[in-house]
Ligand binder design. Sequence first.
Ligand SMILES: NC(=O)c1ccc[n+]([C@@H]2O[C@H](COP(=O)([O-])OP(=O)(O)OC[C@H]3O[C@@H](n4cnc5c(N)ncnc54)[C@H](OP(=O)(O)O)[C@@H]3O)[C@@H](O)[C@H]2O)c1
Length: 318
Amino acid sequence: MKAFTKYKYGGPEVLQLEEVAKPVVKDNHILVKVMANSANPADWHILRGKPFFARFSFGLFKPKDTILGADFSGIIIEVGNGVDNFKVGDHVFGEMLGGGAFSEYACVPAQVCAKMPEHVDFPIMAGIPVAGLTAYQALITHGKIKEGESVLINGASGGVGHFAVQIAKAYGAKVTAVCSFKNIAFVNSIGAKNVISYDKVNIHEHNGKYDVIIDTHGNLNHSDYTRMGKRGVMVGFTSMGHMVSVLLKKAFSKFTLTQFTAEANTQDLEILASLVKEGKIKVQLEKTFPYTEIPDAIAHIEKMRTQGKVVMVWNKAL
Ligand SMILES: NC(=O)c1ccc[n+]([C@@H]2O[C@H](COP(=O)([O-])OP(=O)(O)OC[C@H]3O[C@@H](n4cnc5c(N)ncnc54)[C@H](OP(=O)(O)O)[C@@H]3O)[C@@H](O)[C@H]2O)c1
């Protein structure tokens, strides 16, 4: 089968499309014919081995995992022993935490997959796992938003941000979104009540008050959270130094600020699938690449200015 492999750390140019052995299904896993993927910042962090400390888990001198990629949607072609919630032919989507998704076939733990809603295309569902789970868990699991609360979402137009705006609205929160001037109409269209353009307003001097602050971009200071919010959730980071400084201040403060790494699980993916089915979240696809151009897709998202998601297609819908 074809797969995008990497044997050293570097930019998208180190990825190569190779013939590799098709995986064999394992217990508690499903074997999926991959139809589409999406690209996430985690892909290029893993590809480049940055930040450096991440190499303690990805491999100190060279990558431990050969095939890149987390998000996928596809069709089950084999089910391993111990899996009773999926069958051959099911259309599924999910997230491969250890990589392996940028590939014709993927052997995936069943517990990080869910069934796709009927009549929804593979590229749409491939756009959801990492960014959708992160947005959902930031707002619901960690932010504990309640109906009627106000939420400020910093970095509202990207993968995580555009899901966060829509999920917050779906759960009855009033959303104020922060994005660049060019994305104001877009974040309004997906449900933000108010929009602050960071090109025009210095967010570090903004004095609005909110129940929850969600920072997907990762440039907010500890004082920004405490000035504007009652509680906060830190999702992204702009530099290690900035993140460490915020976390150090958090350690000496009573303000409730959570920093977390999203976890894939069937239950949360099923909630996201229901929100898609009910029309409460729409996946904005900024660009669709053929699978042969996966390195270009990674280079494209590295600029961190994506509106919604970028997806890559292996197979046209069957
Ligand atoms: N904690 C976790 O488990 C977890 C999981 C997934 C992702 N992440 C992290 O979350 C971050 C966002 O991921 P993503 O997939 O949403 O990335 P993305 O799709 O590339 O979106 C990045 C967004 O940042 C916005 N942005 C750029 N400069 C900004 C600024 N000065 N102020 C506010 N927004 C700004 C951009 O919007 P404009 O074009 O409008 O500027 C863009 O929409 C990344 O750092 C990623 O590593 C963390």
